[in-house]
Design a protein around this ligand. Sequence first.
Ligand SMILES: C[S@@+](CC[C@H](N)C(=O)[O-])C[C@H]1O[C@@H](n2cnc3c(N)ncnc32)[C@H](O)[C@@H]1O
Length: 254
Amino acid sequence: MFQRWLRKPDLVGPVTISSRDFASESVPDGGDVRVFDNEPALRINRARLAAIEAVGLDLTSRRVLDVGSGPGHFVDFYRSRGCDVTAIEGRPEIVSEFRRRHPDVPIYAGNVERFDFSALGRFDIVHCFGLLYHLENPIAALRNLFDACAGVLLLETIVLDAEEPLLALADEPKTVNQALGGIAIRPSRAFVAMALNRVGFRHVYGLSRPPSHEDFQVDWLNDRRSERDGHPIRSIFVASHHALMQPALRPLLS
Ligand SMILES: C[S@@+](CC[C@H](N)C(=O)[O-])C[C@H]1O[C@@H](n2cnc3c(N)ncnc32)[C@H](O)[C@@H]1O
C-alpha cells in the first residue's frame, strides 16, 4: 500500500503501436489483380449472391451502382436480370481491369468517401460488398451512398463482434483489394445499423438466413474481435427508404 503510494503514476498510459511507413511499402507477393479471382474470392461471392437472391427483392431491370467494384464480379449477376450497371472503384489499375472485362459498363475512378455522385443520378440498388471495412471515413462514404440511393442499399462488410456502436482501426497491406491508404476500420453491427439510420435510411435490416459461408455463420460473443477460427466475421445489411416486407429480412432498428 505504502509502495503504491510512493510509485509515480504513468500519466501517459500504455500505448503499443509499431511505426509504419505505408508509402515506402510495396505490393506483397500475390497481392496484385489475381487476388480477386482466387477460389476463396469466387466462393464467397457465390454465397453472398445466393443469400441476396434468397431475400426476394425485385432485382430485375433496376439501375444498379456497384461501389468498390473490383474487376466487376457482380456485373453479370445484375445484367442477366436486365439491370443497368454503373461502377465506381478507387484504384486506377483495377478500373482498367474492369474496363477490359466489361467494356460496355460505365465505371468511374474515385474514392467513395469523397466522390460526387450527383452527376450520375440516383440508383434503385446501391451494391456495396467488401468495401466498408477498407475505408478511413465510413460515415462520409455512407452519406454519399445515401445520396446516390433511390431505393435499397445492399451492404456487406467485415464486422467487429461488439454490442456497442464501435469502430476499431486496422492496418491493411498494399494488396490491391485492400484499403487505398493502408488504414481502415472494422465496424460493429450496431455501428453499421446506427450509421445507416443516422445518415438517413429509415429502415435497416439484417438477413435472417445469412450466406452459407463460414464468415457469416457467427456465434456472437461480444468479444470485440473481427475474426475468429482463422476467418473474418461478416454480415450483410439491407438499408431502405421504405419498409421492406420480405420475411428473410430482420429489422435492426427499434
Ligand atoms: C475487397 S475488394 C471488393 C471488390 C468487390 N466489391 C467484391 O466484393 O468482390 C475492395 C475494393 O474496393 C476498392 N476500394 C478500396 N477503398 C476504396 C475507396 N475508398 N473508394 C473506392 N474503392 C475503394 C479496392 O480497390 C477494391 O477493388
